[in-house]
Design a protein around this ligand. Structure first.
Ligand SMILES: [Zn+2]
Length: 157
């Protein structure tokens, strides 16, 4: 055991989160979803029980971004933004199309980039799509589509 991590009270410092705990645990190969445990690959590391659990969840790509939170983010983003874009489309005579297109493409690109990077790394589409950045980016593109549709209806309907 490393003397540096041992403090006078006999508590051990978790190298991952820095919390002082009475005992640290070994990570197994199964914990990190690899063929070999960290120890077998020459990487000696024991962590606290909280870190074992969070490392296990991370290795299994458990989605921590809850559907409820995703819905909340989307519902707090889409209606106000739709209204804002709608007001913009109806009132502003400046280069509204150009600016909206830039915002639309930026949001769309963010969704693709974020999802693409996550997918390239994990090959898990659900995990790749379920995160805040993708939700917000997607909400912005939805808001623009809704606002555009509403202003078309208002104009011709
Ligand atoms: Zn820890």
């Amino acid at each position: 055991m490393n003397d540096q991590s041992l403090d006078p009270a006999g508590l051990l410092k978790c190298p991952s989160c820095g919390t002082k705990v009475p005992s640290l645990f070994k990570l197994t190969a199964d914990d990190i979803q690899r063929r070999f445990s960290p120890e077998e690959t020459g990487f000696y590391m024991r962590v606290c029980s909280d870190c074992v659990n969070s490392l296990r969840r991370a290795a299994r790509l458990e989605v921590r971004y809850k559907s409820k939170e995703m819905l909340r983010n989307a519902s707090f983003t889409i209606p106000p933004l739709s209204l804002a874009f709608y007001a913009l489309f109806r009132t502003w005579t400046g280069p509204v199309f150009l600016i909206t297109t830039v915002i639309f493409l930026t949001a769309g690109a963010t969704v693709f980039k974020e999802t693409g990077q996550r997918y390239a790394y994990t090959h898990n589409l659900v995990w790749s799509l379920r995160n805040r950045r993708v939700t917000i980016g997607f909400s912005i593109t939805c808001a623009i589509i809704i606002a555009a549709a509403l202003s078309q209806i208002a104009r011709f309907g």
